[in-house]
Design a protein. Structure first.
Length: 399
């Protein structure tokens, strides 16, 4: 049997999406089937080009009452066909640090262009952007309103002629995956200059001017701009104060390890590409619970499970999951490039945060100071504390 390639798999997904029209008047059934299709993207290994959540949202809009009541099957299938088509988008990143590079200079995945060599729609858009303006299609243009909020959060050079513009092309079904891939390719391209000119600090902007070549229209894409809020909550005062002490003046080996774990968390959360995030989250847990180079996998799984839960069944489940993510961390460390798994990475993120909180609790309640035992301060190590749990036969870790 012939192995399906990417386009074949997309055709399979399209046909399954077409069948949703059968549930035109059965919205609950439509929703249930749409949820299955969201998972089907992952099963078909198409999540590198199709965002499952974006597909689910799109299918939901197709099922809105006003659209379903007016469209026939042909129109419904045409909408799906258009959505699930692989599209190409050109991305242009302004790199103000670059000086005197020749026009059309090859760099990594793209080329460096001078401003005057950019397509006219990109030039016009960039000129307006440098003034803090966005081309509007009208006073009620929702896209324009969103972009005005984006502009408040990004830094845009006042002169689009400064530096060079890195042009590259990304292909995918989902627009957010195209822009994410473009940012990844741009960063990897800039790594070349970071190596050959180590004194330079080259930063990729938070945005790019993108262009749909079929429509000859330019638009803004900003993959790294987030609109998360961090409101004050008085209930967190004590924890913030405790972490502030650890960050500014750690008083023991274990507190220094907590500070290191926070560094690993920051790298994984903010600076790492998706497929490497798990490595840094697991490294943070390692820093907190491992003190020597003996039997690392077993100790990682056992100690992590003991700290993360007090329930026997849950500890056994956690031990297996921790073993899997530790093996994946080793694959990344040894040069392999395992497939990014959102749920697995999210779990690793949660485990690191949970272990950090548990270690702080043990420092404060049990006066733990180190991972490995010290002859002069017996009873203050994480090793001794966990050994008591293991050999006591009790599940209550507070005893």
């Amino acid at each position: 049997m012939r192995k399906l390639n990417e386009l074949d798999k997309i055709e399979v997904l399209k046909k399954r999406c077409y069948k949703l029209f059968e549930f035109k008047n059965k919205y609950d059934r439509y929703e249930a089937e749409a949820e299955k299709l969201e998972k089907e993207v992952v099963d078909l290994k198409l999540d590198h080009t199709i965002d499952p959540g974006q597909l689910r949202f799109f299918l939901g809009t197709l099922a809105s009452e006003d659209r379903f009541s007016t469209q026939n099957r042909e129109q419904f299938c045409k909408s799906i066909e258009d959505f699930l088509t692989v599209k190409k988008t050109e991305f242009y990143f302004q790199l103000s640090e670059l000086e005197n590079f020749p026009d059309n200079y090859r760099l990594g995945y793209g080329v460096l262009l001078k401003f005057n060599s950019l397509p006219q729609p990109v030039k016009t858009f960039a000129e307006n952007l440098s003034k803090g303006e966005i081309i509007s299609n009208g006073p009620k243009d929702a896209y324009t309103r969103i972009l005005k909020e984006v502009i408040k959060k990004i830094t845009v050079p006042s002169d689009p002629n400064i530096g060079c513009w890195l042009k590259l092309t990304a292909s995918a079904v989902s627009s957010n995956i195209r822009s994410g891939n473009a940012s990844k390719m741009a960063e990897e391209s800039l790594d070349i200059l970071r190596i050959v000119t180590p004194t330079a600090r080259i930063h990729l902007p938070q945005y790019a001017v993108a262009m749909n070549t079929n429509e000859n229209k330019a638009f803004l894409t900003a993959t790294d701009v987030e609109f998360n809020r961090c409101p004050y909550a008085s209930r967190k005062d004590e924890l913030i104060d405790r972490l502030s002490d650890i960050c500014t003046s750690p008083s023991s080996d274990l507190e220094k390890r907590v500070k290191d774990a926070l560094h690993f968390f920051r790298i994984g959360e903010i600076y790492s590409p998706d497929y490497q995030k798990l490595f840094f989250y697991v490294a943070g847990i390692e820093r907190l619970i491992l003190g020597d180079n003996k039997d690392l996998t077993h100790k990682f799984c056992e100690r992590g499970a003991l700290l993360l839960s007090e329930d026997l069944k849950k500890r056994l489940e956690l031990s297996e999951e921790l073993k899997h993510i530790y093996e994946k961390r080793s694959c990344i460390a040894h040069g392999e490039n395992p497939k990014y798994d959102f749920f697995e990475t999210t779990n690793a993120n949660f485990y690191l945060r949970s272990v950090i909180m548990k270690i702080i609790e043990l420092i404060d309640i049990k006066n733990l100071q180190t991972v490995l035992p010290r002859k002069k301060k017996m009873g203050t190590s994480l090793d001794e504390y966990l050994d008591k749990i293991i050999y006591s036969g009790k599940l209550d870790s507070k005893q």
